[in-house]
Design a protein. Structure first.
Length: 281
């Protein structure tokens, strides 16, 4: 503790606050000299903060790495020299200031890493054809909203500590990831159907077969039926009528795809394999 008060008063206050080192009856230049000594003795990565409210504290506030002044009773010179001004004359608010500062740095790092990570993730999905442009735009907007919300937690809960904040952040991020995962997966399924049709029209039967086989693995009967129908058409175009007939049957068995066109194609496939009884059926 550095103070201009007399030694008796300084020692009494220091005893109440459990401060070991006390320097009393100091002039402004004495405080500056002591602070310079502290700066020389500190570790390389350490920062030195000074808290003051008087006019004679202004030089020391300016010299310290972090100058903290009291906004209520502080002198104008001290307020101008300080880096941080506490609006309430309570030194305990310094704890909140430290929490907010650490939380701000942490939020900035989290926002940058999260944004970059999601973009890399979307690029990988796009490379494998599992995400559409629309889904990528939606995901990018969700990331932006998450980053904005993430920046408000320290301001909203400055006195609640970090545990609650981290818990809330985890819940929000988890919910956001799930919200993005659902449309991304759904668009991936729709993209498989679209890619399969495009490959089939282009005559790339191997690619078409691979895309339609992905759809057949879906639990959704409608998507699975579309996969089997596309797979059957792929076999049909390659004149693999037996495999096409099996795929058409699986599409019909789902109970979703039962059209005259499907039955007509099944009859043709049966005729091509000389299974005339099945063709009549």
């Amino acid at each position: 503790m550095l103070t201009g008060d007399n030694e008796r008063t300084a020692e009494k206050v220091a005893a109440e606050l459990k401060i070991d080192s006390v320097y009393a009856e100091l002039m402004p230049e004495d405080k500056v000299q002591l602070l310079e000594e502290f700066c020389n003795d500190r570790m390389e990565n350490e920062k030195l903060a000074f808290v003051g409210d008087g006019m004679n504290d202004a030089p020391v506030l300016a010299l310290a790495d972090i100058g903290i002044a009291m906004g209520g009773l502080g002198a104008d010179a001290a307020l101008e020299a300080a880096d941080i001004i506490l609006m309430e004359d309570e030194p305990s608010k310094i704890i909140n200031a430290v929490r907010i500062a650490k939380g701000t740095i942490r939020s900035v790092r989290e926002n940058v890493l999260f944004a970059i990570g999601m973009k890399v993730f979307l690029v990988i999905l796009a490379f494998f054809g599992l995400v559409t442009m629309q889904s990528a735009i939606i995901a990018d907007m969700v990331v932006m909203v998450i980053n904005i919300l993430n920046s408000f937690w320290m301001m909203k809960y400055p006195e609640s500590g970090c545990k609650r904040i981290v818990k809330i952040k985890k819940q929000i991020v988890l919910a956001a990831v799930l919200c993005m995962a659902v449309p991304t997966v759904a668009s991936g399924c729709a993209n498989s159907a679209k890619s399969g049709v495009e490959a089939l029209e282009a005559g790339d039967y191997k690619e078409a077969q691979a895309q339609f086989e992905k759809l057949t693995e879906e639990k959704d009967k409608k998507k699975s039926a579309e996969g089997y129908r596309g797979l059957a058409m792929t076999y049909y175009e390659q004149e693999e009528y037996s495999s096409a007939l099996d795929a058409f049957k699986k599409a019909v068995d789902t109970g979703v795809v039962q059209t005259t066109q499907i039955y007509n194609l099944m009859g043709i496939c049966a005729m091509k394999t000389e299974d005339y009884e099945a063709a009549l059926e």
